[in-house]
Design a protein around this ligand. Structure first.
Ligand code: HEC
Ligand code: HEC
Length: 256
């Protein structure tokens, strides 16, 4: 049986709540769909799918497509006579992208529920009381313990940014994992995981800001952390302050 078809059919008939619980949709498929979307579509459509006027990719409603087959065809063939380009996607990949578009609609179109934020106040919190720059870099400021947030507004939806702040453990992207190791002489080592094979681990060492290759058999111990080193800001910042920080992050669209 064609798995993608089953998934898409179940997404179509499922209530938004059921779809949110991921009935029949493999999280790995959605993650792939999201990656393709962020890398190849968000440049024009925006990470929230709302940058092109008259086109609301987050809404689940499309002017030029009724069902998922038509959507997949648009993703693969583009729309002739418009800037919407064809893409060299397999049916499976196109299915993952469409599943991701459907999931955006199922999660409330990615609209935030908090009060409207003020990017200016958010910037002050990020650089001050939030102490975000102790772990993150934005432009020329900050450190590299955590991911670089320069341009994060082009890569992530506002809802996902909000989730990072209030529930950092909920989802850690595969490229944002932290390794904690202990050298043979007892020295602790932490860094961002870049690559791991049978014999070695490559990390970005936050303290020395450099790439390091650790040989597994020369370590006393190592683990890939399942929890985020980032603290949750739920309760530490008010709802208004969280919205302000999210607005500021959303505004970081330029690569400096
Ligand atoms: C170069 C800019 C550009 C890129 C890249 C791009 N699009 Fe588009 N897309 C557009 C434009 C402009 C339109 C509106 C075309 C029109 O109807 O006039 C559009 C329309 C669409 C539509 C139809 C919307 C509707 O309401 O019927 C879908 C679906 C869509 N794009 C999905 C995607 C996906 C998925 C990707 C990535 C795989 C993507 N687009 C990449 C510019 C782009
Ligand atoms: C103690 C270090 C630390 C502090 C302080 C910290 N972060 Fe983080 N942050 C991390 C690490 C490590 C990750 C990557 C793991 C993860 O996704 O949780 C991360 C992830 C993120 C992400 C997700 C990035 C992505 O690629 O999706 C965002 C957004 C973020 N942090 C924003 C902030 C903001 C804003 C603040 C201040 C209010 C802050 N962080 C404070 C360490 C920190």
């Amino acid at each position: 049986m064609d798995f993608t078809k089953v998934v898409l059919a179940s997404l179509l008939i499922a209530s938004p709540i059921a779809a949110q619980e991921g009935h029949g949709v493999s999280p790995a498929d959605l993650e792939r769909g999201m990656q393709i979307f962020l890398n190849n579509c968000a440049g024009c459509h925006g990470p929230d799918g709302d940058l092109i006027s008259g086109v609301a990719l987050y809404s689940g409603r499309f002017r030029r497509a009724q069902g998922d087959n038509e959507l997949r065809r648009i993703v693969q063939n583009g729309i002739a006579g418009t800037p919407m380009p064809p893409g060299n996607y397999t049916d499976e990949q196109a299915g993952m992208i469409v599943a991701y578009l459907r999931s955006m609609a199922a999660t409330g179109g990615g609209k935030l529920t908090g009060p409207p934020g003020n990017a200016e106040s958010g910037k002050a919190i990020v650089e001050g009381r939030g102490q975000c720059l102790e772990c993150h870099r934005i432009g020329r400021q900050g450190t590299i313990t955590g991911p670089d947030l320069t341009g994060i507004g082009r890569m992530r939806r506002a809802v996902d940014l909000e989730k990072s702040l209030v529930d950092p453990d909920a989802e850690i992207r595969p490229d944002n994992l932290t390794v904690r190791a202990v050298a043979a002489d007892g020295t602790p080592i932490t860094g961002r995981l870049l690559n791991m094979d049978t014999y070695s681990i490559q990390i970005l060492d936050a303290r020395s800001a450099s790439l390091r290759t650790l040989k597994k058999d020369e370590l006393r111990d190592y683990e890939v952390m399942k929890k985020s080193p980032m603290p949750s800001y739920r309760g530490k910042l008010s709802e208004q302050e969280i919205s302000d920080v999210v607005s500021y992050l959303v505004s970081l669209k330029e690569q400096m």
